[in-house]
Write a protein that binds this ligand. Structure first.
Ligand code: ZN
Length: 120
């Protein structure tokens, strides 16, 4: 069984929209596949309206341990070079390229620090 959130991620819609349009709290893989294969009008519309805009969900993954999660992107997120969990040592992350300065932005997703390497 999949949760409504899993289904929203797969359909690339927000959780609010999934709830609003009556997606059940839990649904089976075959139910979800039926929706994907024969999407209801609201889903077709929402996808058409979103063409070229930012993704609804992004995959966050730690470059050190591989821990990953799916989250709603935030406007304030920087364009990062790497993501690491906030409990790793900075030295565990890949070295910044020569001549670039690394900035850290904490609070990405539930546990990530974004490493932003700025070239001079
Ligand atoms: Zn990690």
């Amino acid at each position: 069984m999949l949760s409504r959130r899993d289904a929203a991620i797969r359909l690339d819609i927000s959780l609010q929209m999934a709830t609003h349009h009556g997606l059940p709290a839990r649904l089976s893989e075959s139910e979800l596949r039926a929706i994907e294969q024969d999407p209801p009008a609201w889903l077709v519309q929402s996808r058409a309206a979103r063409t070229g805009k930012k993704p609804v969900w992004v995959r966050l993954e730690c470059v050190v341990c591989g821990y990953g999660e799916t989250a709603r992107p935030k406007k304030w997120w920087p364009a990062w070079d790497h993501l690491v969990c906030d409990d790793h040592w900075p030295s565990e992350a890949p070295e910044p390229a020569a001549g670039s300065t690394r900035h850290e932005v904490a609070g990405i997703g539930s546990r990530f620090v974004a490493l932003v390497d700025e070239r001079e």
